[in-house]
Design a binder for this molecule. Structure first.
Ligand code: ZN
Ligand code: ZN
Length: 105
């Protein structure tokens, strides 16, 4: 299952088309809050846990300013506040799809 197309459905929603025919409409807010990078999710370094930032508050944090493929397994998203360390794998992207089908899985 891979992403074959990604575009903005409107200013707050991203539209993702999958090679199995599925279409995901994911609110940018959901996508940003699901950012998998260490800064957003927290990390454990040498037994010390660094707490993640709760919610980004910078202007533009919930605006998508770019997307680049990473190999053939993921997408790097750049946000309006300059944040771009999140690598969204296909699995991760699919898991945040808010549709009933995906949430049931
Ligand atoms: Zn992040
Ligand atoms: Zn879905």
């Amino acid at each position: 299952m891979i992403v074959i197309h990604l575009s903005l459905a409107d200013s707050e929603t991203v539209l993702i088309k999958w090679d199995d025919g599925h279409e995901s409409r994911i609110p940018l807010r959901t996508l940003r809050d699901a950012c998998p990078c260490a800064g957003c999710k927290g990390e454990t370094v040498l037994l010390h846990s660094y707490a993640p930032v709760d919610h980004p508050t910078a202007p533009g944090a919930y605006t998508l300013s770019g997307a680049h493929p990473v190999g053939s397994y993921a997408l790097q998203l750049r946000w309006g506040d300059g944040h771009e360390t999140g690598i969204y794998t296909w699995d991760h992207l699919r898991s945040v799809c808010p549709c009933a089908d995906c949430q049931r899985r």
